[in-house]
Design a protein around this ligand. Structure first.
Ligand SMILES: Cc1ncc(COP(=O)(O)O)c(C=O)c1O
Length: 419
């Protein structure tokens, strides 16, 4: 660890929670250089939906490199990009009768959010956007203005503006009624409210504490946006790409977002890729290269991302997600019931499930106890009080069972230590 402590920036985060040096990884396992194996229930913060080093993706990347495939291409056309686009249209868009243009940008979620905000502002010629309490949308200034977390906002160094904040559905004061009241207020020409360019929301807030929005709530937000001539943006960067049991976290709800932001899992292998799906009538407002970026052509990610799309060619993986998600939930509910009276809550959908223990210090201790016993888990939510489980969707049953057992033991140890 000395090298990191001596030379790497103070900004280091996750390595402080997981104080070891990892050497290898395979599916839902990471092994450190001392040979200790960890079950990974964090999966690169939702990047590794298909596990570490998926053999088919690895083989496809190696083949591509060995055949001198183009690794970096700005946004030039490449065979790898064309194959990805065609496969995405075939397996994700067409079956849902969705007509969107795919926009690639710098390959991080925050860049996808910046692009979405910029497009909404261009289309509407307005500045303000509505974003929710507990929402997490990234760290660059435009996205950070929409992110709610006070710790991250505090590092901005400038005022974060042009966002009208509303409480998320399960936050105090939030819900369909609140959105309807806001709709009435906006309908009043003398409300004093600034017109909005967009309403942006995560259908399931991931970093914000695994808060699941109802269909009714999302429809109310969509209606608010459209009544105001604003764009409805769903940030599916963490909850999308199969995590919740179907490709999009909002599948089956009859929603019609103007922009969908995607990143994290879409590169398949863990190499970066970000993509927005823009309605064609909005997309035409872009001029060539207006939201440019050197790393828009992530060809290794296109290659692995195309292989990842095969997981959506039939419903085998999504059925497994339903089964494993139910197993995780059941175990968390049992633990919650065993510790009844503490006001804990289980929340989630598919294979994003969480236990809210209402106490950041306790959650941190549980995560530490998990780490010591060979399991990686990341706290999230207000004050870090929510223990979020997002293992790879491909986790073997035995690793899932082992991870859940470790979690139960770690929870008991943490409670005993704080009793
Ligand atoms: C919903 C959501 N949006 C945006 C982001 C930002 O993505 P990135 O960290 O790749 O910039 C994240 C990251 O956790 C996220 O969960």
């Amino acid at each position: 660890m000395e090298t990191f402590e001596r030379w790497e920036s103070e900004i280091r985060g996750y390595c402080r929670a997981y104080p070891t040096v990892f050497a290898t990884a395979s599916n839902a396992r990471q092994v450190d250089e001392a040979g200790k194996s960890y079950v990974d229930f964090f999966a690169g913060a939702g990047v590794l939906n298909f596990g570490h080093n998926d053999p088919k993706m690895k083989a496809a990347i190696i083949d591509y490199i060995q055949s001198d495939g183009v690794a970096h291409s700005l946004d030039m056309s490449t065979t790898a990009k064309r194959t990805f686009i065609e496969r995405f249209a075939e397996l994700v868009l067409k079956p849902r009768d969705m007509d969107y243009r795919m926009q690639f940008m710098g390959p991080t979620g925050t860049n996808a959010v910046e692009a979405a905000l910029k497009l909404a502002r261009k289309v509407t010629k307005r500045s303000n956007v509505i974003a929710c309490s507990h929402g997490f949308h990234g760290m660059t200034i435009g996205a950070l203005a929409c992110t709610a977390n006070e710790y991250f906002r505090g590092a901005a160094g400038i005022e974060l503006g042009n966002v009208h904040r509303i409480p998320f559905e399960n936050a105090p004061g939030g819900g369909v009624e609140q959105v309807n009241e806001l709709r009435c207020a906006f309908a009043d020409p003398s409300s004093g409210l600034e017109p909005i360019a967009a309403v942006m929301v995560e259908a399931i807030q991931a970093e914000g504490g695994v808060n699941v929005a109802s269909k009714e709530y999302l429809h109310a937000l969509q209606q608010l946006a459209h009544e105001q001539g604003a764009l409805f943006i769903i940030d599916d960067i963490q909850a999308g790409c199969g995590r919740t049991g179907s490709y999009f976290s909002f599948d089956g709800m009859g929603l019609d977002p103007d922009i969908i932001t995607l990143a994290k899992g879409i590169g398949g292998f863990g190499t970066p890729l970000a993509m927005n799906l823009n309605k064609p009538e909005h997309d035409k407002h872009w001029s060539p290269g207006e939201h440019t970026g050197t790393f828009r052509g992530q060809d290794l990610s296109f290659v692995a991302g195309t292989v990842a799309l095969d997981y959506f060619a039939d419903d085998t993986l999504m059925q497994a997600v339903a089964v494993k998600g139910a197993q995780i939930r059941e175990r968390l509910e049992t633990l919650c019931a065993e510790h009844g009276g503490k006001g804990w809550q289980v929340r989630g959908k598919g294979m994003m499930q969480a236990l809210d223990v209402g106490d950041g210090a306790l959650a941190k201790l549980v995560a530490k106890e998990c780490f010591e016993r060979g399991m990686l888990i990341g706290p999230c939510g207000s004050g870090g009080r929510v223990l979020k489980m997002i293992p790879p969707l491909t986790i073997p049953d035995s690793d899932l069972a082992e991870g859940l057992d470790i979690f139960a033991t770690a929870l008991a140890a943490a409670l005993e230590a704080t009793a």
